[in-house]
Unconditional design. Structure first.
Length: 389
């Protein structure tokens, strides 16, 4: 490789280190503001405690599923119902729900079989059919593997007392299984993804999207965006619901509640498939944010600078600064904001996880195929189309 090419790579890598360092500082600012906002939030006035319907679409079983379901039922809240929905009456999740129904009071838990296929996103198809069973105006949608604290409902519903707020959503921490893929996934959630959400919140003066860990909204606002049917073909349904409610002129509020998701025992192949689906989903839903990710890969750019500069002193200093900032973000967001104790245990895997993220980003630039729940789809303009085999 000629000196001229090395020089160009060196300059690009140096620019990448600078942009990444600025991004890490933005993440730290976002984390500090998040903690400050919720620490100083006023708790005056009467509690807002309307009846709530929780909608949980299911397919198959997830780790720790029963205890996660129980956490939705064991709420310190005056009136709520939990509605589970499956496409197939023989789905293995049904038996878990039946066990739950035997434990809790009659009428709290409902099971809806959703035979119609309204679109390519079966989860949203189920939600559209489950809605008919919901009794209440205030709705919560969260994934089947989400576990919450007993004051979850009281805290996530509170912002909707303000008519200017149309949706509440939550950050989450991933509880890793024993596999490397599962640990890398948990690290990505706790030290990168949630950090990016906090950075976006500062950069955009709020968030205009939802996270599947928790979506809280009014039935009337859902109707105004066309119901669940309006997003029944989209991969990133949580993002789309939040965006469309924000487009009504309402705010999306990031709650101070942090929930847990119990991750499968991902093999590396499963981990890569999930990351690829996520990356291509972001590429279609938020192309600006997706292409902006190239300016956030600090450790990659710093290592490239060391190689291109042939070990110049400045490049080693840049690597040290980028590494310190990256780890500071990991602990500030993962450990302090999310209270994720796994960050300390698996922090040595962060360089590997970050380099994998670069490879996934490059691979996701081309192609439209995504694998979801064992099925392969083509992704175009955010919508899923089944791939015929």
């Amino acid at each position: 490789m000629t000196y001229g090419i090395l020089r160009i790579i060196e300059i690009i890598a140096a620019a990448g280190v600078v942009s990444s360092s600025l991004y890490y500082l933005l993440c730290l600012w976002g984390a500090a503001k998040f903690l400050q906002e919720h620490r100083s939030a006023a708790e005056d006035g009467p509690e807002f405690l309307p009846p709530i319907s929780i909608l949980k679409p299911l397919k198959g079983v997830d780790p720790e599923m029963y205890e996660s379901f129980r956490s939705q039922c064991r709420q310190d809240y005056p009136e709520h119902e939990v509605i589970f929905g499956v496409s197939d009456a023989n789905d293995p999740a049904v038996e878990v729900v039946r066990k739950l129904m035997r434990e809790f009071r009659p009428g709290m838990i409902s099971l809806v079989v959703c035979p119609e296929i309204l679109g390519t996103n079966r989860k949203v198809s189920n939600l559209a059919q489950m809605l008919n069973a919901a009794k209440n105006e205030y709705l919560i949608v969260n994934d089947g593997d989400i576990r919450v604290e007993q004051d979850y409902l009281r805290r996530v519903i509170a912002p909707l007392a303000d008519s200017k707020i149309g949706m509440v959503t939550c950050l989450y921490r991933g509880i890793a299984g024993p596999t490397l893929g599962s640990r890398l996934e948990a690290l990505g959630i706790g030290t990168d993804f949630c950090a990016g959400v906090l950075a976006a919140k500062q950069l955009e003066s709020g968030i205009g999207f939802g996270l599947g860990s928790t979506l809280v909204f009014r039935r009337a606002d859902l109707k105004n965006i066309g119901g669940f049917e309006s997003v029944v073909d989209y991969l990133a349904d949580d993002y789309e619901l939040g965006k469309r409610i924000a487009d009504l002129g309402l705010k999306v509020k990031l709650s101070d509640v942090v929930v847990e998701t119990f991750l499968p025992r991902y093999r590396l192949r499963d981990f890569f498939a999930h990351q690829m689906r996520w990356a291509r989903g972001v590429r279609d839903a938020r192309p600006g944010g997706y292409f902006g990710l190239i300016s956030t890969f600090g450790m990659f750019w710093a290592l490239l600078a060391v190689v291109a500069s042939q070990g110049a002193i400045w490049s080693w200093a840049a690597l040290a600064i980028a590494s310190i900032l990256r780890l500071t973000v990991a602990f500030a967001v993962g450990s302090t904001v999310l209270r994720d104790r796994q960050v300390w245990r698996y922090c040595w895997l962060i360089p590997l996880r970050d380099l994998i993220a670069v490879a996934v980003w490059i691979a996701s630039l081309g192609g439209r195929a995504v694998v979801w729940r064992g099925e392969t789809f083509e992704l175009k303009n955010g919508k899923l189309k089944p791939v015929q085999r």
